[in-house]
Design a protein around this ligand. Structure first.
Ligand code: HEM
Length: 179
C-alpha cells in the first residue's frame, strides 16, 4: 500500500488521539519503524495490523475506523492530485472520474500501487451506483471517502449513501444519490 496512506494514518491518529497512542500502535502492530515515505510502497499486512490495533485501542470497529479515516483522507488526496480535478466536478462527478483519472494515475506512478477498481455508473441524473472491487476488502474506507468527498464539495446535506452489500467483501456496492 502507498506510503501516503500510512503517513496520513499516522497523522490521523496523532491528531485524533496523541503521539504516544500512535507509538503504542506501532509497537502493538509489531512494526520496527514508523518512518514512512510517500515514495515507497509498504506491505498491506502492516496497514491491516495498524488498523486492527487502532480499533482494539479505541474500541471502534475496524470498519468504523476505516470510515472515519476515509473521511479524513479526502482533503489531502484532493490536494495531492488537484491538477487532475475538473473545477466543475462535484461529488457524483468525482466518483465517476476516479477510476479513469485518479486511480489510473496512481497505478502509473508505481507498479506496486494497486488501488481498487471502481465501476461507477450514472443510473439517473442524480444517482450513481458504485461497485468497489479489491482483494483488500476495504469497502468501509470507500464509504468514508464518499462521505469525505461530499463534505469537501459542501454537499454533505444533499448526498445520501446506501450500501447495497456488506462493506467487508471483495465486491461492495454503494448507491449514492444527490437530493
Ligand atoms: C481524489 C481522488 C482519489 C485519489 C487521489 C485516490 C488515491 C488513492 C491511492 C493513492 C490509494 C493507495 C493505492 C495503493 O497503495 O495501492 C488509494 C486506495 C484506495 N482508494 Fe482511492 N483515491 C481517490 C478516490 C477514491 C474514491 C472516490 C474511492 C471510493 C469511493 C476510493 C477508494 C479507495 C480505497 C478503498 C483504497 C484502499 C485500497 C483498496 O481498497 O484496495 N478512492 N486511492
Amino acid at each position: 500500500m502507498h506510503g501516503t496512506i500510512f503517513l496520513l494514518l499516522k497523522r490521523y491518529v496523532q491528531l485524533q488521539y496523541d503521539h504516544s497512542t500512535w507509538m503504542q500502535l506501532v509497537t502493538n502492530a509489531g512494526l520496527s519503524t514508523d518512518n514512512f515515505s510517500h515514495r515507497e510502497v509498504y506491505p498491506d499486512a502492516h496497514l491491516f495490523a495498524l488498523v486492527g490495533q487502532a480499533a482494539a485501542m479505541t474500541g471502534l470497529s475496524p470498519e468504523k475506523l476505516q470510515e472515519k479515516f476515509g473521511e479524513y483522507l479526502v482533503p489531502d488526496l484532493m490536494y495531492m492530485y488537484h491538477k487532475l480535478v475538473d473545477p466543475d466536478w462535484r461529488t457524483l462527478e468525482m466518483l465517476e472520474h476516479t477510476e479513469a483519472v485518479m486511480h489510473t494515475r496512481v497505478r502509473q506512478e508505481h507498479t506496486g500501487n494497486k488501488p481498487p477498481v471502481l465501476d461507477v455508473v450514472r443510473v439517473a441524473p442524480n444517482e450513481v451506483l458504485l461497485t468497489y472491487v479489491s482483494p483488500r476488502r476495504m469497502g468501509a474506507l470507500a464509504v468514508g471517502i464518499v462521505r469525505g468527498l461530499a463534505t469537501y464539495f459542501d454537499e454533505e446535506d444533499r448526498i445520501v449513501l446506501e450500501p447495497l452489500t456488506s462493506e467487508n467483501g471483495e465486491r461492495v456496492q454503494i448507491r449514492v444519490r444527490r437530493l
